[in-house]
Ligand binder design. Structure first.
Ligand SMILES: Cc1ncc(COP(=O)(O)O)c(C=O)c1O
Length: 370
């Protein structure tokens, strides 16, 4: 029997977010880490989950304090910035962290500002919290400067400014002066989405270093990428304790399951092993950028685990041609560009082999300068 549920007017016609989950040999479309947990880590996760299973009749630690403490220890190691447990917030993926941010600081009559092209989920967090979402274009090379950010902020008084660094889908990291300028101008909060921070090139700083001087700054991170834990759903934010308290108001009770907390805490014990894979992926990324350029393909400098490349006369045709050769990339970002996630060395070799054929087809690429 056909049934049309009484959906909110503003949601009519909307479709759920998500890239195609196609079963193809080489999946390079969702910025996952291609390396599965090692057998040792998988065993440790299994044991931790089994231990948690024995207590599942009880609700989990509502505030996930053990996990937040471990995340703080990890950050001290990774970025040299020591924060207290009260400055860390954790949730089911940085998606949920951001939803908390929008629920706490956005809302009816309030506005959030982002810089396009960028991660498309921000629009959804805004929609779901009745926050107006405005985007301003990045520079043609996808960089963003303090003048543009400050001018956009002064033009609209946003309650939330989202600065994504490294940005998805362009891979572009932001200089700290842009973030500092945004924090100095903000009447609301400034969120730096650092989902891909661990993949940044040497010398590229993290916004974590700015936290102490800027109480209105929120840095978000995730275990989905560098920790290869996308399936576990763990993201976190680092911010002033008063901001963390605000996020606690809008979270659902017991939002982070006991199993999730145990799994994430265990993965944090395997940082060295996981860091080795991150290093491999960074080398593979830089090699792939160089390869693309050598083959006449434009590739945006990347501080993430993916590369935006083009420019295709018809990107859907290029996407399809790669898929026909068993390689799934993402049709996202500005017209003419595609995004490839850096995979294992074997995945990347398969991508190069397929792409070499595809770019050789007549009329596939827009010539430089066109
Ligand atoms: C910029 C950015 N932020 C946040 C996320 C969400 O990550 P997760 O919810 O898995 O932590 C992604 C995922 O691709 C992303 O690209």
């Amino acid at each position: 029997m056909a049934y049309e549920p009484p959906l909110r007017d503003d949601l009519r016609g909307a479709t759920p977010y998500g890239a195609p989950q196609l079963d193809v040999p080489v999946r390079l479309n969702t910025n996952e880490n291609p390396f599965p947990p090692s057998p040792a880590l998988a065993d440790a996760i299994g044991a931790a989950a089994a231990l948690a299973a024995g207590g599942l009749n009880r609700y989990p630690d509502r505030d996930a304090r053990d996990l937040r403490q471990r995340l703080s220890d990890y950050l001290a190691r990774e970025s040299g910035v020591r924060v207290s447990v009260d400055e860390v917030w954790a949730a089911n993926g940085s998606n949920e962290v951001m939803q908390h941010v929008f629920a706490a600081f956005g809302g009816p009559g309030r506005m959030a500002l982002g810089f396009a092209p960028t991660y498309s989920m921000y629009e959804q967090y805004a929609r779901d919290t009745f926050t107006r979402y405005v985007t301003v274009r990045r520079n043609p090379d996808f960089s963003l400067d303090a003048t543009t950010v400050v001018a956009a902020m002064l033009g609209g008084s946003p309650s939330i400014v989202v600065l994504t660094s490294p940005n998805n889908p362009t891979g572009t990291a932001l200089p700290l002066e842009v973030i500092t300028a945004a924090c100095a101008t903000a009447t609301g909060v400034v969120v730096v989405d650092e989902a891909y921070a661990e993949f940044r090139r040497p010398g590229v700083p993290s916004a974590l270093t700015l936290l102490e001087a800027n109480p209105n700054l929120i840095v978000t991170r995730t275990m989905s990428k560098a920790f290869a834990l996308a399936g576990a759903r763990v993201g976190y934010a680092i911010a002033h304790p008063a901001i963390v308290d605000a996020l606690r108001i809008v979270r659902l009770p017991y939002h982070l399951s006991a199993v999730t907390q145990a799994v994430a805490a265990t993965a944090l014990d395997y940082v060295d092993e996981l860091q080795g894979q991150v290093d491999t992926l960074r080398q593979e990324r830089d090699a792939l950028v160089a390869w693309l350029r050598e083959h006449g393909v434009q590739a945006v400098d990347s501080d993430a685990n993916f590369i935006l490349f083009g420019v295709f006369a018809d990107r859907h045709r290029a996407w399809r041609a790669l898929l026909d050769r068993g390689v799934l990339v993402r049709e996202v970002g500005p017209e003419g560009w595609l995004r490839v996630t850096v995979g294992t060395p074997e995945d990347n070799a398969a991508f190069r082999t397929a792409l070499e054929v595809v770019i050789g087809e007549d009329g596939m690429m827009v010539a430089h300068g066109d």
